[in-house]
Design a protein around this ligand. Structure first.
Ligand SMILES: [Zn+2]
Ligand SMILES: [Zn+2]
Length: 415
């Protein structure tokens, strides 16, 4: 994060801070024998602005060499780059912009390249669901960024065990053996595996606790509105829910020394994985299925609520007795296809009926069929666990998408 913050400062934030709070804007008459109230307030403002300022010697990675062309605005603000207040605000924007970019790029790519859009015809797919998922994600993002920022500030101020160069840890491993010289890389591998096991185990329990009815109703329920999620649901959380599930990633660098580039890479992979397990793909029967928590497992979590809480692996679910293996017959695509067939038949029938009854009022192009009855879907069998936790009212709310003849043709073509 320190390098990311320096780059953000060099390319944009130095100018923004200099524009909003130019250096020297607080004129303090330090030489005056009797300082005025204005002087005292200005001095207070200055000390707040410079809170935590220790200079380039203490934080070399946060500052640009004075000879660099990027250093022009470095000292142009009242708030130096290593001011705690400035870092809180700047890192909020860095976190927000980063998650915004990642969400839109990866979710869009996954939605168009991987997500099977026939799932949008599943009986439990909400009306305008993608728009609702995006709206909730957009609403959650600033809150999640704000909650995460103190961890990022701690990281750039060097309070974690993150280290800069590969050789700093493990260099002495394998001394005097044929593997001498590979110790640092072995430590990198060890820290990577530990990172994954620790965060996966913690997220399993945090996610499982979020399903305790008291917490579920208040925090986790918005993410389970999507029984058949799309990649756009990956950040569609209550902000505190999303934050709670990210805590292990922020805690582990305080417990285990990790190379900071490895940590950054893993953090990106985690974000990618979170989006990818929401692509609804029920690929099953592959040899890793029993160990890796894939999109198939997470699809089942969204459908059945009390299984497959894990993030990357299935070990914690197996230990906690909540593992549910993906099976061909559990694939939601079957209900989606069945519903497409049913809608097609009803649509044709209904359209003829409408034309018979209101022939005079309808033009040839008015063939849109509205509102199929949601009660037809009550046999789809996904109520169980959610209903136990939260009453049946919410679950029984079903939305069937309106379809037009163009839609129907499209369905036929895709089949
Ligand atoms: Zn859940
Ligand atoms: Zn999910």
């Amino acid at each position: 994060m320190d390098v990311a913050l320096r780059l953000a400062d060099e390319y944009a934030l130095d100018r923004a801070w200099a524009w909003a709070f130019p250096a020297g804007s607080l004129n303090i008459n330090v030489a005056a024998s009797a300082p005025t109230v204005k002087d005292s307030l200005s001095a207070l403002g200055l000390s707040i602005a410079r809170l935590g300022h220790r200079g380039p010697k203490a934080f070399p990675l946060l500052f640009t060499e004075p000879s660099s062309p990027f250093a022009a605005y470095q000292s142009a603000s009242l708030f130096p780059r290593d001011s705690v207040i400035r870092q809180l605000v700047s890192l909020f924007w860095v976190a927000y912009a980063g998650s915004f970019f990642l969400y839109w790029s990866i979710s869009t790519l996954s939605y168009y390249a991987l997500f099977d859009r026939r799932l949008e015809h599943h009986p439990r797919f909400l009306k305008n669901q993608v728009a609702k998922e995006i709206a909730l994600s957009m609403k959650a993002m600033p809150g999640m960024a704000a909650l995460i920022v103190p961890w990022f500030v701690g990281e750039v101020r060097g309070t974690t065990l993150l280290y800069d160069t590969v050789e700093e840890y493990g260099a002495g491993w394998f001394k005097g053996t044929a593997l001498e010289g590979y110790g640092s890389w072995a430590y990198m591998a060890f820290s990577m595996v530990t990172f994954m096991l620790f965060t996966d185990w913690c997220i399993y329990w945090i996610h499982r606790w979020l399903h305790i009815p008291f917490l579920y109703k208040r925090l986790h329920k918005p993410h389970h509105r999507w029984l058949v999620p799309t990649p756009f649901s990956a950040l569609a959380f209550h902000p505190v829910d999303g934050y709670a599930q990210s805590l292990p990633y922020h805690i582990i660098p305080y417990l285990l020394p990790i190379n900071k580039w490895l940590y950054f890479g893993m953090f990106m992979v985690v974000n990618l994985w979170t989006i990818l397990i929401h692509d609804g793909d029920m690929i099953h029967g592959h040899f890793l299925e029993s160990w890796i928590n894939s999109p198939a497992h997470h699809t089942l979590h969204h459908l059945y609520f009390t299984c497959n809480y894990g993030q990357y692996f299935t070990w914690a679910d197996k230990y906690g007795g909540s593992y549910r293996p993906p099976r061909e017959d559990l694939d939601p695509i079957h209900d989606a296809v069945k519903n497409m067939e049913r809608k097609l038949k009803l649509a044709d029938k209904e359209a003829k009926h409408v034309l018979r009854e209101q022939q005079k009022q309808l033009s040839d192009s008015a063939s849109t069929v509205e509102s199929l009855d949601g009660d037809q879907q009550s046999d789809s069998g996904y109520e169980g666990s959610e209903a136990e936790m939260d009453g049946k009212a919410e679950v029984k709310t079903t939305h069937i998408r309106s379809i037009s003849r163009d839609d129907s043709k499209d369905i036929r073509r895709r089949r």
